[in-house]
Design a protein around this ligand. Structure first.
Ligand code: 0GY
Length: 290
């Protein structure tokens, strides 16, 4: 792994909050192990191995029943570690892949069979080289008939420039990590308001109220992020997902405690009904259809 890479916390605390039965961790990854599933030669970082067995251990320890495993940039378009994890998890996991538009129909069908239900478009410059929009549009055309959706990862200043493109995609879109707002600016800042307006005006846009550990300016106290997540959960209760983001790649300040992350859930989804939508109904609708 990279010299400055922070490995995930091996022994997280037990959360005080008990997630409801059937809860889904809808954003997490598997990395390697490198000797079996080598990292992509064009990757921008080399993580600590985070194999499927560790992910499933964490799932059980935190009280979740299911995972949505997202292909991360360090594996490029080689989805084999992801597919391997999906086959081991059976019906308890679904996946989000990264693909090229020239993938064969047979391969797409196999991915669907394995549990892939979406593709990810990554726009974060420190993670990936620029991909021409035509490539993304070609991928979007390939997945349409499978009923998959698109997960997008970008940073707040990029939203404005991306809106015309996102509208062109014409399918359900999930925005990672609340569109990565700068939380020091507050929920009323025009950048976050633009994201809220974008969701209000486009009913096909969903978001993950995840990654307080990346967005906070307060080190391990994530209270500055909570108002952003709470607002989204209360305004768009049927279009929000929650995930740990284990094993937390590229954290520089600290490796978060996954138990602490779970304990934020009742602060951002303050009723049992909102918690059920966030953790069960919404992810089940998106990832466990047919
Ligand atoms: C995340 C966040 C990050 C990494 C990736 O694809 C990736 O490598 O998504 C990040 O560094 O912000 O969601 O895992």
């Amino acid at each position: 792994m990279d010299l400055d890479y922070l490995p995930f916390k091996a022994n997280p605390s037990k959360p005080s909050y008990s997630v409801p039965k059937g809860a889904v961790d809808a954003h997490c990854h598997v990395f390697g192990p490198n000797d079996k599933f080598p990292y992509h030669p064009m990757r921008k970082y080399t993580p600590c191995d985070a194999p499927k067995e560790k992910l499933f251990e964490l799932r059980d320890y935190l009280g979740f029943d299911r995972n949505v495993i997202v292909q991360a940039s360090c594996h490029g378009t080689d989805n084999s570690a992801l597919i391997d994890a999906l086959s081991a998890a059976g019906d308890n996991a679904r996946g989000v892949a990264v693909i090229n538009p020239n993938i064969s129909d047979v391969e797409l069908q196999e991915m669907h069979h394995a549990g892939i239900r979406a593709v990810r478009f990554n726009f974060v410059k420190r993670l990936v080289d620029n991909t021409p929009k035509e490539i993304f549009l070609a991928v979007a055309a390939r997945i349409k008939k499978l009923g998959w959706h698109i997960v997008v990862y970008f940073e707040a200043p990029d939203l404005e420039g991306l809106i015309p493109f996102l509208k062109q995609l014409d399918c359900l879109i999930v925005v990672d990590h609340m569109g990565r707002p700068d939380v020091s600016k507050g929920v009323d800042h025009q950048d976050f308001q633009q994201f809220i307006n974008f969701m209000s005006e486009n009913k096909n846009i969903w978001t993950k109220v995840s990654c307080p550990e990346r967005l906070t300016h307060q080190n391990t106290d994530y209270s500055d992020v909570e108002p952003f997540a709470r607002l989204l959960v209360e305004r768009f209760s049927t279009r929000v997902l929650w995930g740990t983001d284990w094993p937390h790649p590229n954290m520089k300040s600290h490796a978060p405690d996954d138990g602490d992350l779970v304990d934020i859930i009742p602060k951002i989804a303050r009723t049992v009904e909102l918690q059920k939508k966030l953790l069960i109904d919404n992810p089940m609708k998106l990832y466990w259809h047919e």
